[in-house]
Ligand binder design. Sequence first.
Ligand SMILES: Nc1ncnc2c1ncn2[C@@H]1O[C@H](COP(=O)(O)OP(=O)(O)OP(=O)(O)O)[C@@H](O)[C@H]1O
Ligand SMILES: [Mg+2]
Length: 409
Amino acid sequence: MEISPNLITDVKNRFGIIGTSPTLMAAVTRAIQVAPIDLSVLIIGESGSGKEFFPKIIHNYGARKHSKYIAVNCGAIPEGTIDSELFGHEKGAFTGAVSSRKGYFEEADGGTIFLDEVAELPLTTQARLLRVLESGEFLKVGSSTVQKTNIRIVAATNVDMLKAVEEGRFREDLYYRLSTVLITIPPLRDRGSDIALLARKFASDFAEKYHTKEITFDDSARNMIKQYRWPGNVRQLKNVVEQISLFEAGTEVTADTVAPYIPQNATVCSPTLSSQAKASAHTYEAEREILFGMILRLQKEIETLKNIVMGGSSSQQLLETRSKMAPVDSSMVRYSDYNSDYMQDDEYQNEVSEVESQEISSSMTLEDTERETIRRSLERNGGRRKATAQELRISERTLYRKIREYGLD
Ligand SMILES: Nc1ncnc2c1ncn2[C@@H]1O[C@H](COP(=O)(O)OP(=O)(O)OP(=O)(O)O)[C@@H](O)[C@H]1O
Ligand SMILES: [Mg+2]
């Protein structure tokens, strides 16, 4: 089926998909093509490559668009409850099942279910899923009454499914059933000039969000981000641009500025894939910095409010200041989104308490906090500036400037 360029543009605009590289366009085209055909689709691509747009395109451009769309993160639901979440349970099916409950397959009857991280499904759930895909039939947990449902499945994964099949972690018959149509999302490093395009868009979005002056990228920076292999793909690029937007607001960013924000051991393209663990470790680091950036901004806002209150400002002034402040609530929602994306709860707790233990008291000004953070980091690194800049994830140039500014030499 021929897809018009206008339709592709509409879809990209509607979902905010940036990029024009042929491989990405091929994936979008394929999603539009398969949308009206009621087949199961498997989306494969590395972590952070943008898989989550695709089930939405398939649902919204297909015949089921007026019915329910339910996204389930199979990796986030405990093994003990996943059958009940997906297929429901009867009252008394297990301890704590005080009433019967509908599962997503009943809830979304007539619509689409997106099974994200599908490779994480336990084998028992895989058996139930195969049955529902083959016959539309399922049983609630604790019930012997067969129920019918009419669901379209779109699944996604960032793991090598054939390897999972080989290792006996995923049923081969289910794999073939799910992947009637396969859509491959290209890794960011293979998207050429899309990288600079995405970086520009994110820079503009973050400048607007944080009310800062937009960063720009010079040729050397553009070259560096094009050469880098982006193991965490678009998600990682977005995090990096966010950090640079916070710490280097309004500057023209060079390769030297970018370097400290991207892991040193993987600055250039290489054909070997890095492990997912590595990618998530990088994102984890990035999260810490984003949280830190937010604390600094909140600190500044508290100071502003305090000055107004102590200075006896009118309530009108207070209102004006509030409206100029960054939308704190939405930042928090965004952070919790990141959190659910990458962090286990206990990791998150550790992270929060670590940041809190930096003793950033509300009586300190933003400058005090920054000076103190830099001073401690210098101390920890025995005065070595390169290591300090790396730890703080700021460029050495910025560190030198701050050291001079705060008289920390
Ligand atoms: N082409 C793109 N244009 C704009 N934003 C994008 C693009 N691709 C990805 N993003 C953004 O990058 C982030 C990561 O994308 P997404 O959550 O879809 O990744 P994923 O492939 O599902 O990764 P994972 O396997 O880790 O779940 C999201 O914030 C998404 O909006
Ligand atoms: Mg995802």
